[in-house]
Write a protein that binds this ligand. Structure first.
Ligand SMILES: [Zn+2]
Length: 692
């Protein structure tokens, strides 16, 4: 399962003065140069706006920028308090054009990745993340999402990159060692959806059923992974467009994976930038499905990009809808059981939180992802169940077409539903939109209509029962043809049970040949009994990097006499993009003294070297974790850890800070780290002295 973490908007339009009452920005044309050497962004902007009142000044947000008006500018244009102020005597109803140039060194929103080394494996990239991070850090624009503009941007970058951005690529030009890419939009959008990604990318174009160009990008080194990574992409697009029943509202749809991305994916208009952890080969594709993230971000092109919340109070109109429609896509591709299992799990999570008194109102500022995404999706599932598929679909269509390219509130949607339904939905609104408690009774009633869920719940009800009273049930759950969810549940219930009774059931689970049932055995059985050794060893041959990783570890722990055999077998397996198998292999190699004894120093170097900033954060995190387990850190490792403490990916930053806290509690590590303090940068010193 993949948890999608799109940026949650931390701001509300209330934080800003209501400039939208005084001016309507219409179009922004810009030429933007990406200076990779100085990590700067500079450019020129031409902005067209309509004065809605007689006013003397309008502004664009522009954080830490130096601004230069054109020489013969008819307006006074100055930078003040993170805004570009354009001052003159603007008359109500008239349209104006202002031009200026700017320069900045963005502290966030634009990320320069891989420039600290020239590792061939990890070519440098520059990409943006505007939601929750403000596009105004690199492009003068509007932090308020209630004013939508048409953005036409030409990007200038060194020739060896490919620049991918919003809209249609209308022209490219080469200028000496630089190249320019001109992208044009047809329709207006909120500024947080402006984005670009540049890197060593190559694209392939397909066409949807209705003729929309679908452009799939990958780094050239990953060219052979396109069909596995983007599996189902056409089906997703065509299915979603027909399910939503409103034509895709933009010129094209592009997808590009980037390294060290802050979230799973981001729905920039016409451009899904997503984490390269979803780039997979034929084996990785069995474990990591990109279907959910593809569908989720694509659904946002309607829900969020075409119709945009007026403020974060209505954020579920983005995330609830995107989650709901991604589930519909998964149901189409993976089937009913998959769908019901997933919504069952999400209901369980919401119920447990709600039972602890931590339920949240859906229509509210500052909700958790679980609320906006999962509770939002559930609200729509129940709503559709109440009004019926036909009414639901018509109401969604009316909602999208009435408010196209504009902003919406929860009422904008509910009014359309009530109008098509012909009755008010007060009870639904009270229970689902404005109540903290999760409506678990109603949810359960809905779920129980599904036969598979009934079977699953019957089996799950045995979790607390001792094995001798339920072994027949578990055995039955593994009958051919096995249902993978029931099969996995049966395996998990064997944990910590009497092995004599459990053994035949484990054997049966392994003989199902179902990848995920077998994976459940690999993951949950940490001490493998001798009687299961031969069967368990076959897990090392499964087409799953997760299964290989888990079974290698558990075999290594259970059978010390065969450690070399296992290490030999997995020697050449790398795993996912985060090298999960490879890094475990290096660690187990180091912990097996008689395996490749003469190469131990070299093996350690390999593991230890993966903590360097030039590697993706997921690899570094594994490497730090394993070094901690073997309790060996070099001076370089400490230095690399210190750099991780400031990483833009918050999960990794948190991991590094916590690891550093743990090491500082140990006398030996503390002494070593303190010795390095003299060489710290000012930023590192400040952090270190404040924390310890
Ligand atoms: Zn989302």
């Amino acid at each position: 399962m993949i948890r999608i973490i799109c940026a949650v908007l931390l701001y509300s339009s209330l934080c800003f003065s209501q400039q939208t009452d005084e001016v309507d920005f219409l179009e922004l044309n810009a030429e933007v140069e990406i200076d990779t050497l100085n990590r700067q962004v500079k450019g020129s902007v031409q902005v067209r706006f309509n004065a809605l009142q007689n006013i003397d000044s309008v502004y664009l947000d522009a954080v830490d920028m130096s601004i230069e008006p054109l020489k013969d500018s008819p307006y006074k244009i100055v930078e003040k308090e993170d805004k570009v102020w354009i001052t003159s005597n603007f008359k109500k109803g008239k349209t104006y054009i202002a031009e200026f140039s700017y320069e900045c060194q963005p502290k966030q929103t634009v990320y320069f990745v891989g420039f600290e080394s020239n590792l061939k494996q990890y070519p440098s990239q520059v990409w943006t993340q505007g939601q929750g991070k403000y596009t105004s850090h690199w492009l003068p624009s509007l932090d308020d999402m209630n004013d939508k503009l048409i953005f036409n941007i030409t990007y200038l970058a060194p020739k060896n990159y490919e620049v991918i951005a919003n809209g249609k690529l209308s022209r490219t030009r080469s200028r000496l060692d630089h190249k320019s890419w001109s992208y044009e939009m047809k329709h207006p959008m909120s500024s947080y959806l402006v984005a670009f990604a540049m890197g060593n990318f190559r694209g392939t174009t397909y066409k949807s059923d209705k003729g929309t160009p679908l452009q799939l990008y990958l780094e050239t080194r990953h060219a052979d992974k396109a069909s596995f990574t983007y599996k189902h992409h056409e089906e997703i697009f065509n299915f979603l467009e027909s399910k939503i029943n409103v034509d895709y509202p933009w010129q094209n749809f592009k997808q590009v994976p980037v390294r060290d991305f802050l979230y799973a994916g981001m729905e920039n208009t016409t451009l899904n930038i997503f984490s390269d952890s979803f780039v997979v080969d034929s084996i990785g594709g069995n474990d990591k499905s990109f279907v959910n993230v593809q569908a989720h971000e694509l659904a946002h092109q309607w829900f969020g990009n075409l119709v945009t919340e007026t403020s974060s109070r209505h954020h579920w109109l983005h995330e609830g809808f995107a989650t709901f429609y991604a589930l519909e896509v998964e149901r189409e591709i993976f089937g009913e059981d998959y769908y019901y299992f997933k919504i069952f799990k999400s209901a369980e999570e919401l119920k447990s939180l709600s039972d602890k008194g931590k339920g949240q109102v859906l229509v509210k500022t500052g909700g958790s992802s679980l609320t906006y995404y999962e509770k939002g999706a559930w609200a729509l599932i129940i709503l559709r169940d109440i009004v019926g598929q036909e009414v639901f679909q018509q109401a969604v269509k009316n909602y999208l077409t009435t408010h196209a390219y504009k902003n919406v509130t929860t009422d904008s949607f509910m009014d359309e539903v009530e109008s098509v339904y012909g009755q008010n939905l007060t009870n639904f609104k009270e229970r689902w939109l404005y109540q903290k408690a999760f409506q678990s009774k109603q949810t359960l009633g809905f779920l129980k209509k599904n036969e598979f869920i009934q079977d699953y719940m019957k089996l799950a009800a045995f979790r607390e029962t001792r094995l001798n009273f339920k072994s027949e049930r578990l055995d039955e759950a593994l009958d051919f043809p096995v249902n993978e969810y029931l099969g996995q549940e049966a395996v998990y219930q064997l944990s910590n049970e009497d092995m004599t009774l459990a053994l035949p059931i484990y054997k049966k689970a392994l003989s199902t040949n179902n990848l995920f049932v077998r994976q459940a055995v690999a993951s949950s059985l940490t001490r493998v009994p001798k009687a299961l050794k031969t069967e368990f060893e076959t897990l090392l041959d499964d087409d799953s990097y997760t299964t290989i990783e888990k079974s290698l570890l558990h075999l290594w722990m259970s059978f010390p006499e065969d450690r070399s055999l296992y290490l030999d077998k997995v020697k050449d397996v790398i795993g996912f993009q985060d090298k999960n198998v490879r890094l475990l292999w290096l660690t187990l190699n180091l912990a097996t003294p008689d395996y490749e004894p003469k190469q131990k120093a070299n093996t350690f170097q390999k593991l230890s070297g993966h903590t360097q900033p030039r590697y993706p954060y997921q690899i570094r995190q594994h490497a730090f974790g394993y070094l901690y387990q073997i309790n060996t850190f070099t001076q370089k490792n400490y230095k690399n850890l210190m750099k991780g403490v400031f990483h833009p990916v918050w999960q990794f930053k948190k991991f590094c800070r916590e690891l550093l806290d743990t090491l500082m509690k140990d006398d030996k590590h503390r002494e070593n780290i303190e010795k390095l303090a003299k060489g710290f940068t000012i930023q590192e010193k400040t952090f270190f002295n404040n924390r310890y």
